[in-house]
Design a protein around this ligand. Sequence first.
Ligand code: GLU
Length: 324
Amino acid sequence: MKRFSAVVLVTSLAWTLALPSPPWAQPKRVVTIASGAVDGVYFPIAGLMSRIASDAKDLNVRAVVASSGGAIANVQLIRAGEADFALVQNDVAYYAFNGVALEAFVGKPVKSMAGVFTVYPELVHIVATQASGVKSIRDLKGKRVVLGPIGSGTEQNALQILGAHGIGEPDLRVAARLPFTTAAEQLRSGLADAAFFTTALGAPAVADALESGKLTLVGVARAATETLERNYPFYTSGEIPANTYKGQERAVAVPAVMAMLVAHARLPDDLVYRFTRAVFDNLPQLHAAHPAARSLTLQTALVGMPLPLHPGAERFFREKGIAR
Ligand code: GLU
């Protein structure tokens, strides 16, 4: 009885002093989701995930979004313990976890990262000015090319695709690393001849650039994509369907990867389980963040998953009967 009145007293004190919660309540854990640049598609998707997580009563977290250069930067944030979750490309996640292919990870595998689910396909968009006369990847030799933002997966895809055509960085007149929006501006103003964007179909940065009508999408020949698929296991043959962008009359064949969510391996299983459940319980909200997110369903959630799952995610998908 005494105990009871003490509790009542403290509760009412808390209310009187307008404290946010009674002292014995668990404080909300801050969870950081590393996204990408604010002009990309990772950013709004991570924003929606953070809202869903913060609203989930059983999670008791305040999720915040950290912007970054993209997939490589996000893996580094996980490695440094500065992010709890991150959106990354599945190819980059694979190289990082296994310590292969990319300079940042060779001999330095990132084992503190676990898979949660794959989200949507990302297509390697290669946009060139019509004035440059660039019609194929080989034509990029001697041109001013934006490879992607610093710390992005895009930059790595650009270098690998050029490499598959025997083109190295020194063969380009200019090899620039710039954010998506700046790359689009440079294309529009003729300061760059071509730029790479590994991002969702319909990404605003690409759509804005192609709006001008003076730019064109460049395809990657099937044979080159097959070589890439052999050398780098997570490329698939993708297609930018006709009329995705203004004035785009034909479908364009390009390599594709998957955007995915990773978690820091040290995160409690229960937290990752509840986070994953909250996302899948609120799919319509996520689908509204960007049309690309509509391809995320329970059935597709493990397609292209390159990492061992976090035990929390594993429990969720096992319960749902989704096998890898
Ligand atoms: N795939 C991207 C990268 O790391 C980010 C794309 C986006 O945010 O839309 O290069």
